[in-house]
Design a protein around this ligand. Sequence first.
Ligand code: G4P
Length: 544
Amino acid sequence: MRSAFPEIVSRMDASSTEKPTSPLEREISRRRTFAIIAHPDAGKTTLTEKLLLYGGAIQLAGHVRARRDRRKTRSDWMTMEQERGISISTAALQFEYNGYRMNLLDTPGHEDFSEDTYRTLMAADCAIMLLDASRGVEPQTIKLFKVCRERGIPIITFINKMDLPAKDPFSLLDEVEKVLGITAIPLLWPMGSGKDFRGVYDLVEKKVHRYERVAGGASQVPVTVGGIDDPTLDEIMDEYTARVFREGADLVQNALPPFSQEDFIAGTITPVFFGSAVTNFGVQLFLNNFLTLAPQPPPVHLTDGTDLLPSSPVFTGFIFKLQANMNRAHRDRVAFLRITSGKFERGMTAFVPRLGKQVHLTNPVAFFGQERSTIDDAYPGDIIGMINPGTYHIGDILSTGKPPAFPDLPRFAPDMFASLIPTDTSKLKQFKKGIQELAEEGVVQIFSTQDGSVVIGAAGQLQFEVFRFRMEDEYGAPCRLEVMPFECSRWIRPSDANKFSSYDRIVKDEKGRTVVLFKSEYRLKSFLQTNADIPVYDHPPQAD
Ligand code: G4P
C-alpha cells in the first residue's frame, strides 16, 4: 500500500542507487533517457533510424524516415501539417537494446524548431551532439548545446559523415572546444576520411574497426592490434593515410588529457566518436559505448537543498510538453510526462500542486512516432503521454506523496517577435481566451506593451504560424501577425527600464516582469559591454 505522503529520501541514501537491489532500482539502472542535438542535415534522422535498427525495432527502422517523408505526403495530426506538409509534433521513441530501455526524445530541427525543442531537453539526462564532419559546429548546434550546458547534462559527440570529405579531426576537436567551450576527448580516432576512410581505431581497446565500402556500407569484425605501430594498419591504409593517422593518434594519446567519466558527467568534457550513420558504420560501436557512458536517471536537485532520488517510493514526474490535436477526431491534448521518481502504474492517482487536487492517471500512452500503445507501468526516465482535455500546464508536477520542491522549468528568452492584431473585433472574447490558453500551453510567449497591445515571442517561425492557425481554427479568433524588428530579449529589473534607449522596446511578460527587446544580438552585446552594472537575464529571474 502506497502511503499518502511519504517523505522524500534525502541525499544520504544516494549510494543505494549504485547497486540495484530492488526491482525499482533495477529498472532505473537500465534506463537511458537522451536526446540528439544537431543542426539540420547533420544526419539526425539517419542516426535515429540506425539506433532503432540496433534496438531491435528493425521492422520499424523505416519509420523515422517515413515520418520525415510524410512531410511531403500525409499526416493526420494537424490540418496545418497537411497543408504545409510538415511535422510539428515531437514524441519520445522508446526501445530496448541489450537489456537497456532507451528513451530517445525527439528534438525537431529544420523549420519546425521551436521552444518545444528546448523544453524537450529538460526531460533528457544526456545528449548526443551530432556534427557533420565537413561542417563542424553549426548555429543550431550552438543553441541546443547552450541549453544542455545550462542544465549541466553530459554530452557525447558523434562526428558523422566520415565517408565524405571531412574537416581535419583536430580542427573539429578544436572547433568544439573554441566555439562551445567544452573539452573534446576522442575515444576513437578516424583512419582517413572521404574516399580514403578506412575505419576507426579504438584508442582505449586498441582495436581497429574497418570500414568496407560496399553498397550501403559495411564494417568488418573488429581486429585487436598491438597499438598504432602495428603493421596490420599498413595493410588497411595507403602510406599517406597511415602516416597522417599515426601522427594524429599519437598526438591524441600523448597530448590530450585522459577521458574522465566524472568530468563527462559534470559536463566539462565530451567524449568524441567518429562514424558514418548512413552507411551504418560506427553506430553500434557508438551505441555500446553510449550505454556505459550515459548516466541512468539521476536524482532531482530540489529547491530546498535536498535531492529526490529516482528510487524514492514517491512517484513524481513533470510535464515538459503539451501537444494539441494529436488525434483530430478526438480534439485531444497529450501532456508528456517525464517520470523522475517511483513507479508509475496505470490507474493511479497523483496530486498536482498547481491545481491543488488529485488527478486520476487512467489513460497513459507510450509513443513510437505517431503510434501509441497503452502502458501499464513505467519507471524513472520514461516518458509517458497522458491524454487529457487541457488539465495540465507545462511545468506541472505530479506526485503521489507530499509534492517535492521541484525547481521551475526554465523559460527561454525568445528571439522572434510579432505584434498580434485581431482581425475580427466581434471575436475579442475568443481572442483573449485563445491567447491565454495557447500561452499556457507554451505555443508562444505573450508580452504586453505600455499601450496594452499584445506581442508574441517565439524561438522559431513555425510557432507563429501554429499560433495563428490555432487561434482561428480552435478559437474562431482570426488574427494577423506583424513581425517586429527585434532579434533577442532579456528580462531586467523593473527599476532599470529607464536605462534603455528608445531603440529597444520595454514590454512586460504574462507575469508582469519587465523584458527588453533588442534590435540585434550586436546591440545586446554592446549594451552589456557598456553597462556591466545592469543585470540582464536570459531566464526570468527567480526573485521577480
Ligand atoms: P537531419 O535529420 O539531421 O536533417 O539529417 P538526415 O538524417 O535527414 O540526413 C541528411 C542527409 O545526409 C541525407 O541525405 C542523409 O542520407 C545524409 N547522411 C546522413 N548521414 C550520412 C553519412 O554518414 N554519410 C553520408 N554520405 N550521408 C549521410 P539526403 O540526400 O538529404 O536524403 P536521402 O535522400 O538520403 O534521404
